[in-house]
Write a protein that binds this ligand. Sequence first.
Ligand SMILES: C[S@@+](CC[C@H](N)C(=O)[O-])C[C@H]1O[C@@H](n2cnc3c(N)ncnc32)[C@H](O)[C@@H]1O
Length: 235
Amino acid sequence: MYDDLANWWHLISAPEDYAEEAAFFLQIISDAGLAHPTTLLELGSGGGNNATHLKGTFASVTLTDLSSEMLEVSRQINPECSHIQGDMRSMRLDRLYDVVFVHDAIDYMTTLDDLEKAIATAFIHCKPGGLALFVPDHVSETFEPSTDHGGHDSADRSIRYLEWSYDPDGNDTMYTVEYVYILREGNNPVRVEHEQHICGLFHREEWLRLIEKVGFRAEVIRDNYKRDIFLVRKP
Ligand SMILES: C[S@@+](CC[C@H](N)C(=O)[O-])C[C@H]1O[C@@H](n2cnc3c(N)ncnc32)[C@H](O)[C@@H]1O
C-alpha cells in the first residue's frame, strides 16, 4: 500500500474523508491552550490527507514518513509543506515544534520498544510547553474485530477495498489487518491484490507508562470513533 500502490492512495483514502477527524484534532489543539502554536510536525504523514486540513492553522508544517512514495503523493496536495523521509523511531531533525502529531501511522509500532522510540522522537522534537497528539486506531481495551470497505473513482481509475482486522493472539502486542484491493484501470480487466499489515496493540496503561517515562504529561481523550487519543504535554 505504501510503495507499489502508493499512487492509488488518494483513491483508497481521499483527503475529504479526513475533514471531520481533522476538525476534531484542531479543536483538541485549540482547547489545549497553547499561546500561539505556529509549527506542526507530523510523523508518518503518509499521503498527507490530515495535513490538507491542518496546514491552514500553522505557519509552518513539516510532514515526515518512512515511504518516499507516500511523501511524493503528499507533495502533490501539500506543495507548501516541507516533506522529509524518516523513520519515526529514529528520525532527528534538529528542530523543535509547537505540536507533534502522529495519526494512524503509530499503529505500525508493534513492540513496546518501537512505541517508546516513536514517543521519544515526538518528545525530542516538541518545544517545552508544547504538545503531541498520538491517535492509535485501537488500544487493547477497545479493540474489536471488524470489517470495513471503501474506495473511490477518478476519471480513468477506480479502486475498492475490503479491510478485515482481527487479533490472532491476545497475548502479544499485535493485531492483523488483511486488505484486498480491486483495481480497475479504463476498460481493462480488474486486478486483485492482497496484503497483510501487522499493527501494534497496547494496553492504555502501557501507553501512559511510556509517555510518562519519556517525559511527557498525558491526558486520554475519547473521540467520536471510540478511540483513545493521547494528548501529551512537554513540561
Ligand atoms: C495509513 S498511512 C498514514 C495516512 C495519513 N494519516 C494521511 O493523512 O494520509 C500510514 C503511514 O505510516 C507510515 N509508516 C509506517 N511505519 C513508519 C515509521 N516507522 N516511520 C514513519 N512512517 C511510518 C507508512 O509509510 C504510511 O505512509
